[in-house]
Design a protein around this ligand. Structure first.
Ligand code: UDP
Length: 465
Protein backbone atom coordinates (compact mmCIF):
# COMPACT_ATOMS: atom_id res chain seq x y z
CA UNK A 1 0.00 0.00 0.00
CA UNK A 2 1.33 3.43 -0.86
CA UNK A 3 0.98 6.38 1.48
CA UNK A 4 -1.22 9.32 0.60
CA UNK A 5 1.51 11.93 1.13
CA UNK A 6 2.28 14.22 -1.83
CA UNK A 7 5.72 14.55 -3.34
CA UNK A 8 7.19 18.09 -3.17
CA UNK A 9 6.84 18.50 -6.96
CA UNK A 10 3.17 17.64 -6.85
CA UNK A 11 2.55 20.00 -3.95
CA UNK A 12 3.88 22.95 -5.90
CA UNK A 13 1.86 22.10 -9.03
CA UNK A 14 -1.36 21.48 -7.18
CA UNK A 15 -3.97 24.19 -7.34
CA UNK A 16 -5.66 22.27 -4.53
CA UNK A 17 -9.36 22.68 -5.32
CA UNK A 18 -9.96 18.92 -5.21
CA UNK A 19 -8.43 18.54 -1.77
CA UNK A 20 -10.76 16.67 0.49
CA UNK A 21 -12.14 14.46 -2.32
CA UNK A 22 -10.87 11.11 -3.52
CA UNK A 23 -11.01 9.51 -6.97
CA UNK A 24 -11.02 5.74 -7.46
CA UNK A 25 -9.49 4.51 -10.71
CA UNK A 26 -9.53 1.02 -12.25
CA UNK A 27 -7.27 0.39 -15.29
CA UNK A 28 -7.34 -2.60 -17.66
CA UNK A 29 -4.07 -4.43 -16.86
CA UNK A 30 -2.33 -4.01 -20.22
CA UNK A 31 0.59 -1.63 -20.87
CA UNK A 32 -1.29 0.55 -23.36
CA UNK A 33 -4.15 1.00 -20.87
CA UNK A 34 -2.14 1.29 -17.61
CA UNK A 35 0.08 4.11 -18.94
CA UNK A 36 -2.73 6.56 -19.77
CA UNK A 37 -4.77 5.69 -16.65
CA UNK A 38 -1.84 6.39 -14.33
CA UNK A 39 -0.95 9.53 -16.28
CA UNK A 40 -4.56 10.66 -15.82
CA UNK A 41 -4.31 9.94 -12.09
CA UNK A 42 -1.16 12.07 -11.93
CA UNK A 43 -2.88 14.93 -13.75
CA UNK A 44 -5.92 14.91 -11.47
CA UNK A 45 -3.76 14.63 -8.36
CA UNK A 46 -1.15 17.22 -9.20
CA UNK A 47 -3.29 19.78 -11.01
CA UNK A 48 -6.48 19.47 -8.97
CA UNK A 49 -5.37 18.04 -5.63
CA UNK A 50 -7.60 14.94 -5.66
CA UNK A 51 -6.45 12.01 -3.54
CA UNK A 52 -6.12 8.85 -5.60
CA UNK A 53 -6.87 5.17 -5.02
CA UNK A 54 -6.05 2.72 -7.81
CA UNK A 55 -7.90 -0.60 -7.79
CA UNK A 56 -5.87 -3.11 -9.81
CA UNK A 57 -5.73 -6.78 -10.71
CA UNK A 58 -2.81 -8.80 -9.36
CA UNK A 59 -1.82 -9.53 -12.96
CA UNK A 60 0.39 -6.72 -14.31
CA UNK A 61 0.00 -4.74 -11.10
CA UNK A 62 1.52 -1.24 -11.29
CA UNK A 63 4.86 -0.57 -9.58
CA UNK A 64 3.59 1.13 -6.42
CA UNK A 65 7.04 2.41 -5.42
CA UNK A 66 6.79 4.88 -8.33
CA UNK A 67 3.53 6.30 -6.93
CA UNK A 68 4.09 6.88 -3.20
CA UNK A 69 1.37 9.55 -3.28
CA UNK A 70 -1.37 7.06 -4.37
CA UNK A 71 -3.11 4.23 -2.55
CA UNK A 72 -3.41 0.84 -4.24
CA UNK A 73 -6.04 -1.88 -3.70
CA UNK A 74 -5.49 -5.26 -5.38
CA UNK A 75 -8.38 -7.52 -6.38
CA UNK A 76 -8.03 -11.19 -7.41
CA UNK A 77 -8.10 -12.12 -11.10
CA UNK A 78 -7.62 -15.13 -13.36
CA UNK A 79 -5.37 -13.66 -16.04
CA UNK A 80 -2.43 -15.86 -15.12
CA UNK A 81 -4.49 -19.03 -15.53
CA UNK A 82 -4.23 -18.37 -19.26
CA UNK A 83 -1.27 -17.47 -21.36
CA UNK A 84 -1.70 -14.12 -23.08
CA UNK A 85 -0.38 -15.79 -26.20
CA UNK A 86 -2.44 -13.90 -28.72
CA UNK A 87 -4.60 -10.83 -29.04
CA UNK A 88 -7.75 -12.92 -29.34
CA UNK A 89 -6.88 -14.34 -25.91
CA UNK A 90 -6.85 -10.78 -24.59
CA UNK A 91 -10.38 -10.26 -25.89
CA UNK A 92 -11.68 -13.48 -24.35
CA UNK A 93 -9.85 -12.74 -21.07
CA UNK A 94 -11.44 -9.30 -20.88
CA UNK A 95 -14.81 -10.88 -21.61
CA UNK A 96 -14.31 -13.41 -18.80
CA UNK A 97 -13.13 -10.72 -16.37
CA UNK A 98 -16.12 -8.48 -16.99
CA UNK A 99 -18.04 -11.28 -15.27
CA UNK A 100 -15.40 -12.66 -12.89
CA UNK A 101 -14.42 -9.27 -11.39
CA UNK A 102 -17.95 -8.17 -10.45
CA UNK A 103 -17.93 -9.56 -6.89
CA UNK A 104 -14.30 -8.73 -5.96
CA UNK A 105 -14.65 -5.24 -7.41
CA UNK A 106 -17.96 -4.62 -5.63
CA UNK A 107 -16.48 -5.79 -2.29
CA UNK A 108 -13.40 -3.62 -2.77
CA UNK A 109 -15.46 -0.54 -3.63
CA UNK A 110 -17.84 -1.17 -0.70
CA UNK A 111 -14.80 -1.23 1.61
CA UNK A 112 -13.48 2.04 0.19
CA UNK A 113 -16.87 3.76 0.42
CA UNK A 114 -17.38 2.72 4.03
CA UNK A 115 -13.93 3.87 5.14
CA UNK A 116 -14.75 7.05 7.05
CA UNK A 117 -11.11 7.76 7.85
CA UNK A 118 -10.54 8.72 4.19
CA UNK A 119 -11.81 11.56 2.02
CA UNK A 120 -15.27 11.03 0.47
CA UNK A 121 -15.12 9.54 -3.03
CA UNK A 122 -16.14 12.00 -5.76
CA UNK A 123 -16.41 9.43 -8.53
CA UNK A 124 -15.08 6.26 -10.11
CA UNK A 125 -12.95 6.38 -13.28
CA UNK A 126 -12.62 3.09 -15.16
CA UNK A 127 -11.36 1.91 -18.52
CA UNK A 128 -14.18 1.74 -21.08
CA UNK A 129 -13.47 -1.98 -21.53
CA UNK A 130 -14.44 -2.59 -17.87
CA UNK A 131 -18.10 -2.19 -18.77
CA UNK A 132 -19.31 -4.23 -15.76
CA UNK A 133 -18.27 -1.38 -13.45
CA UNK A 134 -21.23 0.81 -14.50
CA UNK A 135 -23.77 -1.48 -12.82
CA UNK A 136 -21.57 -1.71 -9.71
CA UNK A 137 -21.22 2.08 -9.58
CA UNK A 138 -25.00 2.47 -10.03
CA UNK A 139 -25.66 0.08 -7.15
CA UNK A 140 -23.68 2.46 -4.89
CA UNK A 141 -25.12 5.59 -6.57
CA UNK A 142 -21.53 6.56 -7.36
CA UNK A 143 -20.93 8.49 -10.61
CA UNK A 144 -18.68 6.64 -13.08
CA UNK A 145 -16.55 8.45 -15.64
CA UNK A 146 -15.03 6.42 -18.46
CA UNK A 147 -11.52 6.62 -19.87
CA UNK A 148 -11.24 5.29 -23.43
CA UNK A 149 -7.56 4.82 -24.26
CA UNK A 150 -7.90 4.61 -28.07
CA UNK A 151 -8.32 7.38 -30.64
CA UNK A 152 -11.80 8.85 -30.96
CA UNK A 153 -11.87 7.96 -34.68
CA UNK A 154 -11.28 4.26 -34.07
CA UNK A 155 -13.90 4.24 -31.32
CA UNK A 156 -16.45 5.73 -33.73
CA UNK A 157 -15.59 2.98 -36.24
CA UNK A 158 -16.21 0.28 -33.65
CA UNK A 159 -19.56 1.79 -32.63
CA UNK A 160 -21.02 0.96 -36.04
CA UNK A 161 -19.93 -2.70 -36.24
CA UNK A 162 -23.57 -3.92 -36.43
CA UNK A 163 -24.21 -1.60 -39.41
CA UNK A 164 -20.96 -2.71 -41.08
CA UNK A 165 -22.02 -6.35 -40.67
CA UNK A 166 -25.47 -5.59 -42.09
CA UNK A 167 -23.93 -3.89 -45.11
CA UNK A 168 -21.71 -6.92 -45.72
CA UNK A 169 -18.27 -5.36 -45.07
CA UNK A 170 -17.73 -7.94 -42.31
CA UNK A 171 -16.41 -10.58 -42.29
CA UNK A 172 -13.78 -9.01 -44.54
CA UNK A 173 -13.47 -10.64 -47.98
CA UNK A 174 -10.02 -10.67 -49.63
CA UNK A 175 -11.47 -9.21 -52.83
CA UNK A 176 -12.99 -6.26 -50.91
CA UNK A 177 -10.08 -5.22 -48.69
CA UNK A 178 -9.18 -2.12 -50.71
CA UNK A 179 -12.81 -1.00 -51.14
CA UNK A 180 -13.74 2.28 -49.41
CA UNK A 181 -16.22 2.28 -46.53
CA UNK A 182 -18.39 5.33 -47.35
CA UNK A 183 -19.80 5.39 -43.79
CA UNK A 184 -16.28 5.93 -42.37
CA UNK A 185 -14.13 7.96 -44.76
CA UNK A 186 -11.20 7.58 -45.38
CA UNK A 187 -11.28 4.00 -44.10
CA UNK A 188 -11.19 1.01 -46.41
CA UNK A 189 -12.63 -2.40 -45.55
CA UNK A 190 -9.15 -3.55 -44.46
CA UNK A 191 -8.97 -0.67 -41.93
CA UNK A 192 -12.15 -1.62 -40.00
CA UNK A 193 -10.81 -2.26 -36.49
CA UNK A 194 -11.49 -6.00 -36.16
CA UNK A 195 -9.33 -8.43 -34.23
CA UNK A 196 -8.59 -11.98 -35.38
CA UNK A 197 -11.37 -13.86 -37.16
CA UNK A 198 -13.98 -11.16 -37.67
CA UNK A 199 -16.99 -13.41 -37.21
CA UNK A 200 -19.58 -12.30 -34.63
CA UNK A 201 -18.33 -13.28 -31.16
CA UNK A 202 -16.47 -12.05 -28.10
CA UNK A 203 -15.17 -8.85 -29.74
CA UNK A 204 -18.63 -7.70 -30.86
CA UNK A 205 -20.01 -8.46 -27.40
CA UNK A 206 -17.18 -6.62 -25.64
CA UNK A 207 -17.69 -3.59 -27.87
CA UNK A 208 -21.47 -3.72 -27.40
CA UNK A 209 -21.00 -3.77 -23.61
CA UNK A 210 -18.47 -0.96 -23.81
CA UNK A 211 -20.79 1.27 -25.86
CA UNK A 212 -23.92 0.59 -23.81
CA UNK A 213 -22.23 1.24 -20.47
CA UNK A 214 -20.31 4.25 -21.75
CA UNK A 215 -23.62 5.80 -22.81
CA UNK A 216 -24.92 5.06 -19.30
CA UNK A 217 -21.90 6.71 -17.65
CA UNK A 218 -21.51 10.28 -16.40
CA UNK A 219 -18.82 11.27 -18.90
CA UNK A 220 -16.03 10.21 -21.23
CA UNK A 221 -12.35 11.20 -21.08
CA UNK A 222 -10.05 10.98 -24.13
CA UNK A 223 -6.29 10.94 -24.40
CA UNK A 224 -6.64 13.06 -27.53
CA UNK A 225 -7.19 16.72 -28.35
CA UNK A 226 -9.81 18.69 -30.20
CA UNK A 227 -7.59 19.99 -33.01
CA UNK A 228 -6.51 16.41 -33.84
CA UNK A 229 -9.91 14.71 -33.98
CA UNK A 230 -12.55 17.41 -34.34
CA UNK A 231 -14.94 15.56 -36.72
CA UNK A 232 -14.90 12.33 -34.69
CA UNK A 233 -15.45 14.27 -31.46
CA UNK A 234 -18.43 16.07 -33.02
CA UNK A 235 -19.97 12.74 -34.09
CA UNK A 236 -19.39 11.34 -30.64
CA UNK A 237 -20.96 14.29 -28.87
CA UNK A 238 -24.02 13.95 -31.08
CA UNK A 239 -24.39 10.16 -30.69
CA UNK A 240 -23.54 9.67 -27.04
CA UNK A 241 -25.21 12.59 -25.27
CA UNK A 242 -22.83 12.56 -22.30
CA UNK A 243 -20.13 15.11 -21.41
CA UNK A 244 -16.93 14.47 -23.37
CA UNK A 245 -13.48 15.61 -22.21
CA UNK A 246 -10.60 15.50 -24.72
CA UNK A 247 -7.75 16.47 -22.37
CA UNK A 248 -4.75 14.80 -24.03
CA UNK A 249 -2.01 14.19 -24.69
CA UNK A 250 -1.75 13.14 -21.04
CA UNK A 251 1.96 12.32 -20.99
CA UNK A 252 3.04 15.81 -22.04
CA UNK A 253 1.98 17.12 -18.62
CA UNK A 254 4.95 15.35 -17.01
CA UNK A 255 8.49 14.12 -17.57
CA UNK A 256 8.65 10.62 -19.17
CA UNK A 257 6.09 8.12 -17.85
CA UNK A 258 7.13 5.71 -15.12
CA UNK A 259 4.41 3.06 -15.44
CA UNK A 260 6.40 0.67 -17.63
CA UNK A 261 5.80 -2.98 -16.75
CA UNK A 262 9.09 -4.05 -18.34
CA UNK A 263 12.56 -2.69 -17.58
CA UNK A 264 13.46 0.02 -20.07
CA UNK A 265 16.96 -0.54 -21.46
CA UNK A 266 18.83 2.75 -21.02
CA UNK A 267 21.55 1.66 -23.44
CA UNK A 268 19.03 2.85 -26.07
CA UNK A 269 19.83 6.43 -25.07
CA UNK A 270 23.63 6.05 -24.83
CA UNK A 271 23.56 4.41 -28.28
CA UNK A 272 21.39 7.24 -29.69
CA UNK A 273 23.83 9.77 -28.23
CA UNK A 274 26.43 8.50 -30.73
CA UNK A 275 24.20 8.91 -33.81
CA UNK A 276 23.78 11.86 -36.18
CA UNK A 277 20.72 14.14 -35.78
CA UNK A 278 17.47 12.70 -37.24
CA UNK A 279 19.34 9.71 -38.71
CA UNK A 280 17.83 6.85 -36.67
CA UNK A 281 14.71 4.84 -37.41
CA UNK A 282 13.22 3.64 -34.12
CA UNK A 283 11.28 0.37 -34.41
CA UNK A 284 8.75 -0.91 -31.88
CA UNK A 285 5.47 -2.80 -32.16
CA UNK A 286 4.30 -2.22 -28.57
CA UNK A 287 3.39 -4.63 -25.83
CA UNK A 288 0.95 -7.13 -27.40
CA UNK A 289 1.47 -7.50 -31.17
CA UNK A 290 3.21 -10.69 -32.31
CA UNK A 291 4.68 -11.93 -35.59
CA UNK A 292 5.93 -15.05 -37.35
CA UNK A 293 9.61 -15.83 -37.78
CA UNK A 294 9.37 -15.12 -41.52
CA UNK A 295 7.98 -11.62 -40.88
CA UNK A 296 10.72 -10.99 -38.30
CA UNK A 297 13.41 -11.97 -40.81
CA UNK A 298 11.91 -9.70 -43.48
CA UNK A 299 12.02 -6.84 -40.97
CA UNK A 300 15.63 -7.65 -40.11
CA UNK A 301 16.79 -7.70 -43.74
CA UNK A 302 14.78 -4.60 -44.62
CA UNK A 303 16.50 -2.72 -41.80
CA UNK A 304 19.92 -4.11 -42.69
CA UNK A 305 19.54 -3.29 -46.39
CA UNK A 306 18.24 0.25 -45.73
CA UNK A 307 21.74 1.28 -44.60
CA UNK A 308 20.03 3.60 -42.08
CA UNK A 309 20.93 3.42 -38.36
CA UNK A 310 18.17 1.67 -36.38
CA UNK A 311 17.13 1.15 -32.76
CA UNK A 312 14.92 -1.95 -32.65
CA UNK A 313 12.75 -3.10 -29.75
CA UNK A 314 12.34 -6.88 -29.98
CA UNK A 315 10.12 -7.66 -27.02
CA UNK A 316 10.74 -11.19 -25.67
CA UNK A 317 7.94 -13.37 -27.06
CA UNK A 318 7.06 -11.06 -29.98
CA UNK A 319 8.23 -13.76 -32.43
CA UNK A 320 5.82 -16.67 -32.14
CA UNK A 321 7.66 -19.81 -31.04
CA UNK A 322 10.89 -17.99 -30.05
CA UNK A 323 12.23 -16.68 -26.79
CA UNK A 324 13.94 -13.62 -28.19
CA UNK A 325 16.17 -12.98 -31.25
CA UNK A 326 17.44 -16.55 -31.83
CA UNK A 327 15.94 -16.58 -35.36
CA UNK A 328 18.33 -13.82 -36.50
CA UNK A 329 20.61 -15.46 -39.05
CA UNK A 330 24.27 -15.94 -38.11
CA UNK A 331 26.30 -12.98 -39.22
CA UNK A 332 23.39 -10.49 -39.15
CA UNK A 333 24.67 -8.63 -36.08
CA UNK A 334 28.20 -8.58 -37.45
CA UNK A 335 26.98 -7.32 -40.84
CA UNK A 336 25.01 -4.49 -39.26
CA UNK A 337 27.65 -3.71 -36.65
CA UNK A 338 27.25 -0.47 -34.70
CA UNK A 339 24.60 0.73 -37.16
CA UNK A 340 21.91 -1.26 -35.39
CA UNK A 341 21.01 -1.61 -31.73
CA UNK A 342 18.48 -4.20 -30.50
CA UNK A 343 16.88 -3.99 -27.04
CA UNK A 344 14.09 -5.88 -25.27
CA UNK A 345 12.20 -2.73 -24.20
CA UNK A 346 13.11 0.94 -24.57
CA UNK A 347 12.37 4.17 -22.71
CA UNK A 348 10.14 5.06 -25.65
CA UNK A 349 9.22 8.62 -24.73
CA UNK A 350 12.90 9.49 -24.22
CA UNK A 351 13.80 7.78 -27.49
CA UNK A 352 11.21 9.82 -29.38
CA UNK A 353 12.42 13.12 -27.89
CA UNK A 354 16.06 12.28 -28.67
CA UNK A 355 17.54 14.51 -31.44
CA UNK A 356 19.01 11.46 -33.24
CA UNK A 357 15.57 9.89 -33.80
CA UNK A 358 14.30 10.72 -37.28
CA UNK A 359 11.50 8.21 -37.84
CA UNK A 360 9.34 5.68 -35.98
CA UNK A 361 8.37 2.35 -37.53
CA UNK A 362 5.35 1.56 -35.38
CA UNK A 363 2.33 -0.74 -35.04
CA UNK A 364 0.31 2.46 -34.39
CA UNK A 365 -0.99 1.65 -30.94
CA UNK A 366 -2.69 4.88 -29.88
CA UNK A 367 -0.11 5.72 -27.19
CA UNK A 368 2.77 5.23 -29.62
CA UNK A 369 1.02 7.24 -32.34
CA UNK A 370 0.32 10.12 -29.96
CA UNK A 371 3.84 10.03 -28.50
CA UNK A 372 5.26 10.27 -32.03
CA UNK A 373 2.99 13.21 -32.93
CA UNK A 374 4.00 15.00 -29.73
CA UNK A 375 7.69 14.83 -30.67
CA UNK A 376 7.26 15.58 -34.36
CA UNK A 377 8.58 12.18 -35.49
CA UNK A 378 7.09 10.90 -38.81
CA UNK A 379 6.07 7.24 -38.99
CA UNK A 380 6.18 4.03 -40.99
CA UNK A 381 2.90 2.27 -40.20
CA UNK A 382 2.56 -1.50 -39.76
CA UNK A 383 -0.76 -1.87 -37.95
CA UNK A 384 -1.43 -5.37 -36.64
CA UNK A 385 -5.03 -5.39 -35.38
CA UNK A 386 -7.95 -3.41 -33.98
CA UNK A 387 -7.68 0.36 -33.59
CA UNK A 388 -4.10 0.34 -34.93
CA UNK A 389 -5.50 -0.01 -38.46
CA UNK A 390 -7.62 3.12 -38.09
CA UNK A 391 -4.73 5.06 -36.53
CA UNK A 392 -2.41 4.04 -39.38
CA UNK A 393 -4.93 5.23 -41.97
CA UNK A 394 -5.23 8.60 -40.22
CA UNK A 395 -1.43 8.92 -39.96
CA UNK A 396 -0.91 8.17 -43.65
CA UNK A 397 -4.02 9.66 -45.28
CA UNK A 398 -5.55 12.32 -43.01
CA UNK A 399 -2.62 13.88 -41.19
CA UNK A 400 -0.16 12.70 -43.90
CA UNK A 401 2.71 12.24 -41.50
CA UNK A 402 3.66 8.67 -42.35
CA UNK A 403 3.77 5.90 -44.94
CA UNK A 404 1.89 2.66 -44.49
CA UNK A 405 3.36 -0.71 -45.39
CA UNK A 406 0.27 -1.98 -47.20
CA UNK A 407 1.39 -5.49 -48.09
CA UNK A 408 2.69 -6.85 -44.84
CA UNK A 409 6.36 -7.20 -44.04
CA UNK A 410 8.60 -7.70 -47.06
CA UNK A 411 12.25 -6.64 -47.08
CA UNK A 412 12.17 -4.66 -50.36
CA UNK A 413 9.07 -2.71 -49.28
CA UNK A 414 10.60 -2.06 -45.87
CA UNK A 415 13.76 -0.71 -47.43
CA UNK A 416 11.74 1.51 -49.80
CA UNK A 417 9.56 2.87 -46.97
CA UNK A 418 12.60 3.70 -44.83
CA UNK A 419 14.14 5.58 -47.75
CA UNK A 420 10.90 7.48 -48.47
CA UNK A 421 10.66 8.56 -44.83
CA UNK A 422 14.28 9.19 -43.90
CA UNK A 423 15.92 10.34 -47.11
CA UNK A 424 13.46 11.53 -49.75
CA UNK A 425 11.65 14.89 -50.11
CA UNK A 426 8.33 13.20 -49.37
CA UNK A 427 9.62 12.31 -45.88
CA UNK A 428 10.80 15.88 -45.33
CA UNK A 429 7.27 17.16 -46.12
CA UNK A 430 5.84 14.67 -43.61
CA UNK A 431 8.34 15.87 -41.02
CA UNK A 432 7.25 19.47 -41.56
CA UNK A 433 3.58 18.55 -41.21
CA UNK A 434 4.16 16.59 -38.01
CA UNK A 435 6.21 19.45 -36.58
CA UNK A 436 3.10 21.65 -37.05
CA UNK A 437 1.08 19.01 -35.18
CA UNK A 438 3.67 19.08 -32.39
CA UNK A 439 3.15 22.82 -32.17
CA UNK A 440 -0.63 22.40 -31.89
CA UNK A 441 -0.04 19.92 -29.04
CA UNK A 442 1.95 22.58 -27.18
CA UNK A 443 -0.82 25.12 -27.72
CA UNK A 444 -3.70 22.88 -26.64
CA UNK A 445 -2.05 22.18 -23.29
CA UNK A 446 -1.25 25.82 -22.52
CA UNK A 447 -3.57 28.05 -20.49
CA UNK A 448 -6.60 28.78 -22.68
CA UNK A 449 -5.83 25.86 -25.02
CA UNK A 450 -8.50 23.25 -25.86
CA UNK A 451 -7.20 20.44 -23.61
CA UNK A 452 -6.43 22.88 -20.80
CA UNK A 453 -10.01 24.17 -20.88
CA UNK A 454 -11.44 20.69 -21.16
CA UNK A 455 -9.45 19.63 -18.09
CA UNK A 456 -10.78 22.64 -16.18
CA UNK A 457 -14.34 21.57 -17.12
CA UNK A 458 -13.64 17.98 -16.07
CA UNK A 459 -12.34 19.06 -12.66
CA UNK A 460 -15.34 21.36 -12.00
CA UNK A 461 -17.66 18.58 -13.15
CA UNK A 462 -16.09 16.05 -10.76
CA UNK A 463 -16.32 18.53 -7.90
CA UNK A 464 -20.02 19.04 -8.64
CA UNK A 465 -20.91 15.42 -7.82
N1 UDP B 1 6.63 1.40 -24.71
C1 UDP B 1 7.78 1.52 -23.97
N2 UDP B 1 8.90 0.88 -24.42
C2 UDP B 1 8.93 0.14 -25.57
C3 UDP B 1 7.74 0.05 -26.33
C4 UDP B 1 6.61 0.69 -25.87
O1 UDP B 1 7.81 2.18 -22.92
O2 UDP B 1 9.98 -0.41 -25.89
C5 UDP B 1 5.40 2.11 -24.24
C6 UDP B 1 5.01 3.21 -25.20
O3 UDP B 1 5.69 4.41 -24.85
C7 UDP B 1 3.51 3.27 -25.03
C8 UDP B 1 3.13 1.85 -24.61
O4 UDP B 1 4.33 1.21 -24.22
O5 UDP B 1 3.16 4.20 -24.02
C9 UDP B 1 2.50 1.04 -25.73
O6 UDP B 1 1.19 1.47 -25.94
P1 UDP B 1 0.53 1.47 -27.39
O7 UDP B 1 -0.85 1.97 -27.22
O8 UDP B 1 1.38 2.21 -28.34
O9 UDP B 1 0.57 -0.04 -27.85
P2 UDP B 1 0.10 -1.43 -27.19
O10 UDP B 1 1.25 -1.90 -26.38
O11 UDP B 1 -1.13 -1.16 -26.36
O12 UDP B 1 -0.15 -2.29 -28.37
Amino acid sequence: MGSSSETPKQQTQSSGHGHGRRLVLFPVPLQGHINPMLQLANILHSKAGFSITVIHTKFNSPDQSKYPHFKFQPIPDRFLENELASTTDVISLLTVHNVYCVAPFRDCLAGLLSNVSEEPIACLITDALWHFTQAVADSFKLPRIVLRTSSVSSFIASTIFPLLRKKGYLPKQDSQLAAPVPELPPLRVKDIPTIGADIPGDLDELIEGMIKETKASSGLIWNSFTELEQPALATLQQDFGIPVFPIGPFHKNFPASSSSLLTQDQSSISWLDKQAPKSVIYVSFGSIAAMDETEFLEMAWGLANSMQPFLWVVRPGIIRGSEWIEPLPKGFTEAVGERGHIVKWAPQQDVLTHPATGGFWTHNGWNSTLESICEGVPMICSPCFGDQMVNARYVSHVWRVGVQLENGLERGEVEKAIRRLMVEKEGEAMRQRIMCMKESVNLCLKQGGSSYQSLESLISYMLSF
